[in-house]
Design a protein around this ligand. Structure first.
Ligand code: AMP
Length: 354
């Protein structure tokens, strides 16, 4: 167990690292951020900051030697250099390796008993065309690596669009995945402790626009809640197969025949930001508890429900009106320039118990 007063190393200095650092501070820990950028927003609230490349093995070793445990808030890290600090890493490199390659991820989910949309791995236009024949239309091409928030994706709605979609994703190794008809999207956010104990947060129902999360709400509607038991069982098997320690998020499509896994994130997740005010333990505090070997906290709702709205790009300009709104918890990430599509903050509204 890492006792309060210990130092938590976090690779990645974005808003997730920032909120992890704030939660760690509440439990008496200090955080050390590792990020290649000049002034990552997590470093503003952490005790220490190392600026170094993600593949700098010497810098990673020095970082690991200066902290009690290393975690990550970003899954597109090169895995190989992390072998040098494997003993300190929670969750382990396996969670990272599986989550950062969509083909590995889908195979792993299937092998763990999870359901995914029909898919094939493709690495040429000819293979995309074979994929169209095998799984039908519409389908979506997603690059195997480095895709997020709908980036690195292109839809194929007719055979004639295959070449255009293949060009749009940069002709990179990809998966071709069947377009799923779903009622809604939701996520399972769970934490797994070092002793294998598991705690699930209430299911957030998620609404995306242009591939980016717009709103998460709890409790989810009844039509989603009915998928809860199957979705939680699949998520727990995935977490166990990964030997995951920490928070794990599994994103789902709610389909007529049952829940289908879209993707996993081996970390705290945007669809769990409502837990800061809306749950007895936030996802960030829960992750810190899990990686430090503390008991997991209660995930019960603190009100009748909660909604979290992202402030994307220029949405953040509304901050004066939002901070003046009673009951609105405004979180601004201190990121500077509000570029289109950039997550600048979020606002959570908890509905009190009746
Ligand atoms: P992703 O980056 O994989 O999470 O995809 C971003 C969003 O695109 C998802 O949240 C869905 O709204 C949509 N999407 C992705 N894959 C599919 C699919 N196979 N069928 C239907 N919609 C999808």
């Amino acid at each position: 167990m890492i006792e309060p007063g210990g130092i938590i190393g976090i690779i990645g200095g974005g808003q997730l690292g920032r909120m992890l650092s704030l939660a760690a501070a509440e439990l008496g820990y200090r955080c050390h951020i590792y990020d290649p950028h000049e002034r990552p927003c997590a470093a503003d609230v952490a005790a220490r900051f190392t600026r170094a490349a993600f593949d700098d093995v010497a810098a990673l070793k020095a970082f690991a030697a200066a902290v009690d445990v290393v975690t990550y808030e970003f899954e597109n890290l090169p895995v190989e250099p992390l072998a040098a600090i494997a003993g300190a890493l929670r969750p382990g490199a396996k969670s990272l390796a599986v989550a950062q390659d969509r083909a590995e991820e889908k195979s792993f989910i299937e092998a763990s008993g999870g359901q995914v949309a029909p898919w094939v791995a493709v690495s040429s236009l000819a293979e995309v065309e074979v994929g169209v024949q095998a799984i039908g239309l519409p389908l979506v091409l997603k690059t195997r690596r480095y895709g997020y928030d709908g980036k690195g994706q292109a839809w194929v709605r007719s055979s004639a669009e295959a070449a255009q979609a293949w060009a749009a994703i940069g002709e990179q190794p990809a998966v071709a995945e069947q377009g799923v008809g779903f009622e809604a999207e939701f996520s399972v956010i769970l934490a797994r402790g070092q002793n294998g104990s598991t705690a699930f947060f209430p299911l957030p129902e998620n609404r995306h626009e242009d591939g980016i999360l717009r709103r998460s709400s709890v409790p989810a509607s009844a039509s989603i809640e009915r998928h809860g038991p199957a979705a939680r069982a699949m998520s727990a098997s995935i977490a166990e197969a990964l030997e995951h320690v920490g928070v794990l998020t599994v994103e789902f499509f709610a389909c007529v025949d049952g829940p289908i896994v879209n993707e996993i994130a081996p970390r705290v997740h945007n669809s769990g930001h409502w837990t800061i005010e809306g749950a007895e333990t936030s996802q960030f505090a829960q992750h810190i508890r899990a990686i430090c070997g503390l008991p997991l906290g209660s995930t019960a709702l603190r009100g009748a429900g909660a909604t979290m709205d992202n402030l994307i790009g220029s949405d953040v300009d509304r901050w004066p009106e939002l901070v003046a709104e009673a009951g609105a918890a405004v979180h601004l990430y201190g990121k500077g320039e509000a570029r289109p599509g950039r997550k600048m903050g979020h606002v959570t509204r908890v509905k009190p118990f009746a």
